[in-house]
Design a protein around this ligand. Structure first.
Ligand SMILES: [Zn+2]
Length: 209
């Protein structure tokens, strides 16, 4: 009853198993039926050393050459566990990112940002003060006009409008003063070290990735 020889049949079976795995997965090898498709830390970043194509998830938590797996065009059959390669990459990154010149760049950028924040807070405070002085000058002029006998209903309306503006400007000034004073951090090396320690955590968060 056989229409193909055993060797061919074995190849067909192997290909069928592979396809069953492949079509149930997205481009990086995550199961499609999961409601929440997970992207791994190194998804899309690993490259096969033989063919230059992508190394993708080809089995449960295993990376392999996608071309080898799906087309057989690459001879590289090596697989590596996802956790193993993630640890290797992260440890390498951590080591390199602790270099003193990178720490210096971090400290410079941190301080520049703090100075920028402090300057803009100062500028806002000055602007609020200027507005307040101007309002007070207008108020005094109206009061003088009324004292000189130039009373008119329109002056009274203008007076209460200015009083309201004054209250607003004062509130703005108070808000600026109650904002915490920005200080330069005393131990930025420690801040940096902690951030590097939490590298894996940060890279898994979409916002900081
Ligand atoms: Zn390859």
């Amino acid at each position: 009853m056989r229409v193909v020889d055993d060797a061919l049949w074995q190849r067909v079976k192997a290909r069928r198993d592979m396809l069953r795995f492949a079509i149930g997965r997205d481009a990086v090898g995550n199961a499609l039926n999961r409601a929440h498709r997970r992207r791994f830390l190194l998804s899309g970043l690993l490259i096969c050393g033989s063919c230059g194509g992508g190394y993708t998830i080809v089995g449960p938590d295993r990376y392999g050459c996608a071309a080898h797996r799906s087309k057989g065009t690459c001879k590289n059959a090596l697989l590596i566990g996802r956790h193993k390669i993630e640890d290797r990459v992260l440890n390498g990154l951590k080591e390199r990112m602790m270099a003193p010149d990178l720490l210096a760049i971090f400290i410079a950028a941190f301080n520049a940002e703090m100075r920028l924040l402090a300057t803009s807070a100062e500028r806002e405070g000055l602007a609020a003060k200027r507005t307040l002085t101007e309002i007070e000058r207008k108020l005094a002029a109206i009061v003088r006009a009324i004292e000189d006998g130039a009373y008119a209903p329109i002056l009274k309306a203008r007076l209460s409008a200015l009083e309201q503006e004054k209250a607003q400007a004062e509130a703005q000034l108070r808000a600026g003063k109650s904002r915490p004073v920005l200080r330069l951090h005393t131990n930025l090396a420690e801040v940096y070290r902690t951030k590097i320690e939490r590298l894996a955590e940060a890279l898994y968060r979409d916002r900081s990735r």
